[in-house]
Design a protein around this ligand. Structure first.
Ligand SMILES: [Zn+2]
Length: 125
């Protein structure tokens, strides 16, 4: 076990053993009906794009390495694009990435990428 405290900011890191345990739980969770239902919706949790269930991966909102757990509250279906972005972006960059979607989401309630019926609100200049 090694604590990395010289990185300037505080990061929790789980022990490799704990991560392995949670990975095993994730594997079991993937086989549950609950998970099958999640992916059968065919929607990525992050970008809300329609994605074939076969291409949705299980993503941990709090990564296992940061002591996230393989529980229903912490796993979401993610498309491959989002999943790999989340892996490679810094947490702060990932927040920015998500913000793009939440801006879109606030203007259209539903799921998917339909154009808003009234066009964009660009009047009143
Ligand atoms: Zn996505």
């Amino acid at each position: 076990m090694e604590l990395n405290l010289d990185s300037g900011f505080f990061l929790v890191t789980a022990s490799p053993e704990a991560v392995r345990r949670e990975k095993e739980k994730a594997r079991a969770l993937r086989r549950t009906q609950w998970w099958q239902r999640q992916i059968s919706r065919g929607i990525c949790h992050y970008c809300r794009r329609a994605t074939p269930p076969g291409e949705l991966t299980m993503d941990h909102i709090i990564p296992l390495i940061r002591e996230g757990k393989s529980t229903r509250g912490n796993v979401v279906p993610a498309c491959k694009a989002c999943n790999s972005r989340k892996k490679y972006l810094l947490p702060i960059e990932w927040q920015d990435y998500l913000r793009n979607f939440s801006i879109e989401e606030s203007t259209e309630e539903g799921v998917g990428r339909q154009d808003p019926p009234e066009g964009n609100k660009n009047g009143r200049v």
